[in-house]
Ligand binder design. Sequence first.
Ligand code: NAD
Length: 259
Amino acid sequence: MTAPPAPGRLSGKTCLITGGAQGIGRATAERFAAEGARLVLGDVDGEALDKLAAELTATGAEVRTVTGDVADPGAAYRMTDAAMEDYGRLDVLVANAGVLPLQRITEATPQDWDHVMAVDGRGMFLSCKYAIEAMLPNRGGSIVCLSSISGLAGQESQSTYGPAKFVASGLTLHLAVEWAAHGIRVNAVAPGTIRTERVRRLPEEPGGAEYLADIAKRHPIGRIGEPGEVAAAICFLASDDASFITGAILPVDGGYLAQ
Ligand code: NAD
């Protein structure tokens, strides 16, 4: 007789991942599915979402998808609501959806600022707000926000994106204190440069190849990171293994912030 599979770290937990179709979100979805989570994946890219959902379902995972823009309150609400409607509860939110423009302030327009703040700022606020409202009746839950090294320190060409990531760091600290007594933990990861679809496109942009070559050298480990390395840290913070950790912003950066 073969032994039953060992329960995963997220067995029985309903987990919403925004921006789940590619990059760090996709790697997190794959990791969470392997750890036994029931998934709700939200993203603007419905086609990519459906493709990933089919792949994960084929491995035996339970997956729902919601296509929509996290900056839109109606769409952000639908992502949480899908977890409540389909699974009856929400245990984990990974607030990951984001846009990552590379811009100096002299190149950035007011519209650029509004766009990154809408997606990375308001989108994260909305995702956290609706998730906390859904978690309150269970008196428990875990949120992991995607901050960045540029949400904790100054960097070149991050004049719009960097401040939006400081919003992610700020939300993490404030919400952690606000909801700790209700059993809801709020943490963040602060990745260094990670080889996602977004970063792979950088060499096509003016100055992007130079930026990438330079930033890779600035990570003491001597390379940029892989999406799975961030997903592993997100999984730890989301799981009960991190039951006494809230308000932490964990660098996943090859030593970048240690300098
Ligand atoms: P990516 O562009 O590869 O993937 C982002 C995903 O979010 C895509 O599937 C995209 O369709 C989705 N998305 C974008 N706007 C959305 C919106 N308005 N509503 C819903 N979904 C939306 O990006 P990535 O590199 O995987 O980044 C993911 C997160 O990690 C972001 O929050 C980013 O700031 C953070 N991060 C990335 C890096 C890095 O180097 N890649 C470093 C630090 C932090």
